[in-house]
Design a protein around this ligand. Structure first.
Ligand code: SF4
Length: 284
């Protein structure tokens, strides 16, 4: 789907934007919410509720498989592809739970089957590798695409200075998911392992070392929280400001997390309990 088709999908449908928290590296909050509404989105949401559901599913899966020697977190499609193509003997250790993107898309489709779900992404792997596997995601727009679209449509940040609010499902703490270790630190998995059994790392070389050590019987880790890009999704290649130092990007995400935790829930109030029966299982 080219940019023109993506713009038409937004303008002509009940389009729902699902923002990965990495957007804060490129766009001002809350201006971005007003800008996306102006573009034509009916709802503007974050991935955070999907991330929370994924946390629950991870904790349940780990509790149900006490005999399993290793669990590899699977929200990054590039890590999943690396396991599938370079370490096929480790596929059985990938946690068979969908990513926050797909979990949140399922939530939207459950409550409004006619909506068009569009994920705003820091990388192309979400668009080209992961999203095509799931019917609930109608399109992916990268942060680079989004900047271009705003320019084409003459939508300027400085014209959206009101106090805009997300159409939220919950007030959230999972906004730090895109920072390396976000999954392990926001999920309930920490209490399911002993100290030193959780590995949090990012970057191809570190991930390969972790897998090679495990294969050689030299690993003490039972849970691996791995993201392909440096620093996690904040290092995603489709972020406009990708060359900012990693520490600066982390600072932006933490500052945004702190500032935006006052989200109102509006019409989504009370829906959390109805989302609990959504199937979050994945196959690798
Ligand atoms: S770590 Fe990088 S490749 Fe993986 S999902 Fe995040 S941005 Fe995409």
């Amino acid at each position: 789907m080219d940019l023109k088709e993506k713009i038409n999908l937004i303008k002509k449908n009940e389009a729902v934007a699902m923002l990965a928290p990495t957007f804060a590296i490129d766009f001002k909050y809350p201006n971005i919410i007003g800008m996306l509404r102006k573009l034509g989105f009916k709802e503007v949401t974050e991935l955070t509720f999907g991330a929370r559901m994924v946390n629950w599913a991870y904790a349940n899966y780990i509790k149900e498989h006490p005999e399993q020697e290793l669990f590899i977190a699977s929200p990054c499609p590039t890590v999943v592809a690396m396991v599938q193509h370079q370490y096929p003997e480790l596929i059985k250790f990938l946690v068979p739970v969908v990513s926050p993107m797909e979990a949140m898309a399922k939530v939207h489709k459950k409550f409004n089957p006619n909506c068009k779900v569009i994920f705003i992404s820091p990388c192309w792997a979400k668009e080209n590798v992961e999203a095509p596997k799931y019917k609930e995601i109608d399109a992916v727009i990268t942060l680079k695409d989004l900047k271009q679209i705003f320019e084409q449509e003459d939508i300027k940040e400085e014209n959206f200075i009101e106090n805009y609010y997300f159409d939220s499902f919950v007030r959230e703490y999972t906004k730090i998911y895109p920072v390396s270790g976000g999954l392990a630190s926001t999920s309930h998995i920490q209490k399911l392992f002993q100290e030193g059994e959780i590995l949090i790392t990012d970057g191809v070389e570190n991930i390969k070392k972790a897998f090679d050590d495990f294969k050689a019987g030299k690993s003490k880790y039972k849970f691996m929280d791995l993201l392909n890009c440096d620093g996690g999704c904040i290092g995603g290649p489709a972020i406009n400001n990708k060359d900012l130092p990693t520490e600066k990007k982390k600072e932006i995400i933490f500052e945004y997390t702190h500032r935006s935790s006052e989200a109102t829930m509006g019409e989504h109030e009370g829906k959390v309990k109805d989302a609990k029966d959504i199937d979050l299982s994945a196959k690798f």
